[in-house]
Ligand binder design. Structure first.
Ligand SMILES: [Zn+2]
Length: 144
């Protein structure tokens, strides 16, 4: 039996997608992928300084799972420092409902239905200026 994908609750997305050593083109660097849920675990445990029990609770996972995520995340960060690798933060088991469409004209927030194509027009004001947003600041970085 296939276990259903269980999302981990993420409250904040990284503002930057890629970190890399200066002066070296990204194509020449080893790329390490930190997932969004790994980022969130680090943020809660190591940045906000929560106890692992509390951080786990916030992410809707067990303390054991959080411990495993933290171990993997810290190993990746150290790998970047030691090997001079670039860090790309993306993917992972986090809730895609964080993403929504926002109308620039009337500020309406439109939920995305991943099974349907996205609307081109705002259902409220019929405006066409709708953009993909995240409930947190998230900017797509450029590779290079
Ligand atoms: Zn609108």
């Amino acid at each position: 039996m296939v276990r259903p994908l269980k999302y981990r609750r993420v409250n904040q997305l990284p503002g930057v997608e890629i970190f890399k050593p200066t002066g070296i083109p990204i194509r020449l660097l080893k790329l390490v992928n930190l997932t969004i849920d790994e980022f969130e675990a680090l943020r809660l445990a190591d940045y906000e300084g929560l106890y692992q029990e509390d951080a786990a609770l916030r992410m809707g996972i067990s303390r054991q799972t959080l411990g495993r995520i933290l171990l993997s995340a810290r190993k990746k960060l150290v790998e970047c420092l030691v090997d001079g690798a670039a860090l790309k933060i993306e993917g992972g088991k986090f809730d895609p409902s964080l993403f929504f469409l926002r109308c620039e004209d009337c500020n309406e927030m439109i939920d995305i239905d991943y099974n349907k194509s996205w609307p081109l027009q705002c259902p409220s004001c019929r405006g066409y200026h709708i953009f993909l947003s995240c409930k947190n600041v998230w900017q797509k970085g450029e590779l290079g």
